[in-house]
Design a binder for this molecule. Structure first.
Ligand code: ZN
Length: 172
């Protein structure tokens, strides 16, 4: 497994739509494993392939509590097949928008269909943080970032803060 470099916004690859995976072959299984390692290394709870510059519809998530063992979920071609009518507001962050957080409103529960690491079709009912995280990662596959759910004003503020922070990092 390998830790991959994470792409920081604004970057054109983060605005592109990722392509469905024809099958979970060795390359995709390996990409999933590398993404899990990259997510853990960055202390994230989710990662989508475009964030490492790869436009395949692959995401990984792990929302386990600190005192629980790791529970990574690897998904290819994830698709929301049902979303609850009731909404939840959750504070979100993103490994591609480091150290910036904002409240985003989304369906509070979803059912997701996907292919697992073995290429088996599965369905998962998710609620709470897992539901938020999966929707955030699927957004990445469609070129959508969590700041795109905010008002233009809030998004502008966050992106300016991010740019300033990245500039300071570059000169530090
Ligand atoms: Zn993200």
């Amino acid at each position: 497994m390998a830790v991959l470099p994470i792409i920081i916004a604004p970057h054109p690859v983060l605005k592109q739509v990722a392509k469905p995976v024809p099958a979970v072959d060795q390359r995709i299984a390996r990409l999933m494993d590398d993404m899990v390692e990259t997510m853990y290394e960055a202390n994230g709870i989710g990662l989508a392939a475009p964030q490492v510059g790869i436009l395949d519809r692959v995401i990984v998530v792990d929302v386990h509590e600190k005192d629980e063992p790791p529970n990574p979920i690897r998904m290819a071609n994830p698709e929301v097949v049902w979303a609850s009518p009731d909404l939840a507001v959750c504070e979100e962050g993103c490994l591609s928008i480091p150290e910036q957080y904002a409240e985003v409103t989304r369906p509070s529960a979803v059912r997701v269909r996907y292919l697992d690491r073995e290429g088996q079709e599965r369905e998962l009912d998710a609620s709470g943080m897992l539901a938020t995280c999966i929707q955030h990662e699927i957004d990445h596959l469609n070129g959508v970032l969590f700041v795109d759910h905010l008002s233009m004003l809030k998004r502008g503020m966050i992106m300016r803060r991010l740019q300033k922070q990245q500039k300071q990092k570059a000169t530090a």
